[in-house]
Write a protein that binds this ligand. Structure first.
Ligand code: URA
Length: 248
């Protein structure tokens, strides 16, 4: 039986590697960092060391602490204009993690990601490959607060929100991440690139295989690219099957 490392190698993304410049991920079962979270107000976070301390504290949190920290976050300019934070939804032990950009108007009102028109398309995309929101699937966003007017999140906003998604990934430890669109793809991969150049390849985020496809809102405006999204979903489904077979 091939090991996970062998399968990652066969899939073209091995060997597994761990970044050394950040604290290593702790699993959900490991003790929670008891240090208080640094003040996350924007003015308190101007220095790099404050930001590092805050990120380190977030990366030690369990689910309840993380949810509370997100709900009370005021670390970026999105906080004053939100109705509520949108943490993420689904199975906290999911094999699949779908990552979007940030909440839109409906998500901001309801507190759940992808509940508007794009969300309905995402649900249909999931169903097309036999998946269902909440059932082995977790859905999160790069930023947890709505950017006003549905603009893209600014670099400062994604940077301040980054530890939250990192911690969600470390707690879930999904088998596969699907980045929905350019904002999650470039933020998770840490480099600028087009969706066209990223899709069709297996990437990696924090040691987890990652596939890139189009954002459902883009697909609603560009129907001709739905066929490419379908190809990406089939690639993701086949990759998941290989990862599961390797783990069995
Ligand atoms: N678009 C996103 O990227 N995320 C949502 O939650 C809703 C729309």
């Amino acid at each position: 039986m091939a090991t996970r490392a062998q399968v990652l190698e066969e899939l073209g993304i091995g060997p597994e590697w761990v970044r050394r410049d950040r604290p290593t991920a702790t699993r959900a079962s490991e003790p929670v960092d008891p240090r208080p979270v640094a003040d996350t107000s924007p003015l308190a976070l101007e220095s790099g060391s404050d930001l590092d301390a805050r990120a380190a504290a977030v990366l030690g949190m369990d689910w309840p602490a993380l949810k509370a920290c997100v709900a009370s976050c005021t670390a970026c300019p999105l906080a004053p204009t939100r109705t509520q934070t949108v943490f993420g939804v689904g199975d906290e032990a999911a094999d699949w993690l779908f990552v979007g950009e940030g909440p839109g108007a409906e998500e901001d009102q309801r507190g759940e990601p992808f509940v508007g028109q794009a969300g309905r398309l995402l649900d249909n995309m999931l169903a097309a490959v036999g998946l269902k929101r909440g059932d082995g699937v977790y859905i999160a966003n790069v930023v947890k607060c709505r950017p006003p007017g549905n603009r893209n999140p600014e670099p400062l906003e994604t940077e301040r929100c980054r530890p939250f998604l990192q911690r969600q990934v470390d707690l879930i430890r999904p088998k596969l991440i699907v980045a929905l669109g350019k904002v999650p793809a470039t933020n998770l991969l840490g480099r600028d690139a087009t969706i066209a150049s990223l899709r069709g390849n297996l990437h990696e985020y924090r040691g987890i295989p990652l596939i890139v496809t189009y954002h459902p809102a883009y697909l609603l405006r560009n129907l001709h690219d739905k066929a490419k999204a379908w190809e990406d979903l089939c690639f993701a489904r086949d990759t998941m099957a290989k990862l599961k077979a390797a783990a069995a």
